[in-house]
Design a protein around this ligand. Structure first.
Ligand code: SF4
Ligand code: SF4
Length: 336
């Protein structure tokens, strides 16, 4: 098993996030489990914050799956189970988790790259998703082909369009039980002319208009997600000498009104080893969630405590400004 090396994440010359808030960021009661099933993915996107790819081998084990099923079955406060990866569908435990959560009446979200539908062995996914009323959140970083293929690889745009059509044919984007949301990621800055992530509502209208006209595609919402300086994005910013300036730009646009809605407050992000983080970004940066005494939290900690609400304070770093800049950003898009 390959475990990525811890990397330095401190960015000097940027005011500490908690200092800007004036108080530590606190948790609220947990309602969402976001489970990262592993790093295996059929794509290797340039903006991928978990550095997933076809050659990554890390994924859930039997015993972690068993613990996760206990969390789903034993905690009615969990309203949403959000499955991510890698390509979650390729990773062990995907279908058992979907089926357990749906049996308990929870909302299940899959963060799908869509192109997985065309890999051998995965052709039944559109039917499977519809049958289990899985809510699909799908990356389509731009509605124009050139930009998508540059970020995600040649041919990804056409496959994504075809996959959305397959979902539409099964009622996605129209049937209220079959939600289909698309995700926009801005390009990684290439110069110091930084811009805030575009207005979500305006861009959603552009996507809807273009995709309906060109391909007859329907979807529910567009989520705009800011690039946080972490993972491959951080690496590219560092390579271009822009890491500090970009982080300072995000910090300069910190919007206090976004703080109440930050996703790290009511969610637990769980990795394939059963370790717990406040969000997927902290997971990538290998900054575990902590008990008040500083002990890292795992699924076993939660099971032993009989509680999901064992964490008081969110672990924050300078990249957190990516979640609070402008209209804010989360796995569900803009916060305002
Ligand atoms: S599809 Fe998603 S998980 Fe896979 S490489 Fe691209 S961004 Fe990463
Ligand atoms: S990166 Fe965003 S979601 Fe994660 S801890 Fe920081 S503010 Fe919260």
């Amino acid at each position: 098993m390959v475990v990525s090396r811890p990397r330095p994440i401190a960015t000097p010359l940027v005011k500490a996030f908690d200092q800007t808030l004036g108080t530590p960021l606190t948790k609220t009661p947990i309602t969402t489990l976001q489970i990262n099933l592993g790093r295996r993915c059929n794509l290797s996107c340039s903006h991928c914050h978990v550095e997933a790819g076809p050659h990554r081998t890390e994924e859930l084990s039997d015993s972690v799956l068993e613990d996760l099923l206990r969390l789903i079955n034993d905690f009615p406060q969990v309203e949403t189970v959000d499955l991510t990866g890698g390509a979650p569908e390729m990773n062990y435990g995907f279908r058992p988790l979907v089926e357990a959560a749906r049996a308990k009446g929870k909302t299940v979200i899959v963060r799908s790259n869509l192109t997985i539908f065309f890999e051998p062995g995965f052709a039944d996914l559109p039917d499977y998703f519809a049958r289990h009323q899985v809510q699909v959140v799908a990356s389509l970083p731009c509605y124009l082909q050139d930009n998508v293929d540059k970020m995600r690889g040649q041919g990804v745009y056409q496959d994504s369009i075809r996959a959305i059509q397959l979902l539409n044919e099964r009622g996605y984007g129209q049937d209220p039980a079959l939600g289909l949301d698309l995700v926009y990621n801005p390009p990684i800055p290439a110069t110091d002319q930084f811009r805030l992530t575009p207005d979500q509502q305006g861009l959603e209208q552009d996507y809807k208009h273009y995709l309906a006209e060109q391909f007859g595609i329907r979807f529910n919402h567009l989520f705009t997600i800011t690039n946080l300086p972490i993972g491959r994005t951080r690496f590219q910013l560092e390579h271009r000498g822009l890491l500090l300036a970009y982080t300072q730009f995000l910090a300069a646009h910190h919007n206090p009104a976004t703080v109440a809605g930050l996703m790290c407050r009511n969610q637990l992000s769980i990795d394939y080893l059963g370790q717990i983080y406040d969000c997927d970004f902290n997971q990538m940066a290998e900054i575990p969630a902590q008990l008040p005494d500083g002990t890292p939290v795992t699924v076993s900690t939660l099971i032993a405590a009989g509680s999901l609400d064992v964490i008081d304070q969110v672990q924050t770093r300078s990249y957190c400004y990516g979640c609070t800049a402008g209209s804010g950003s989360s796995c569900g898009g803009a916060l305002l």
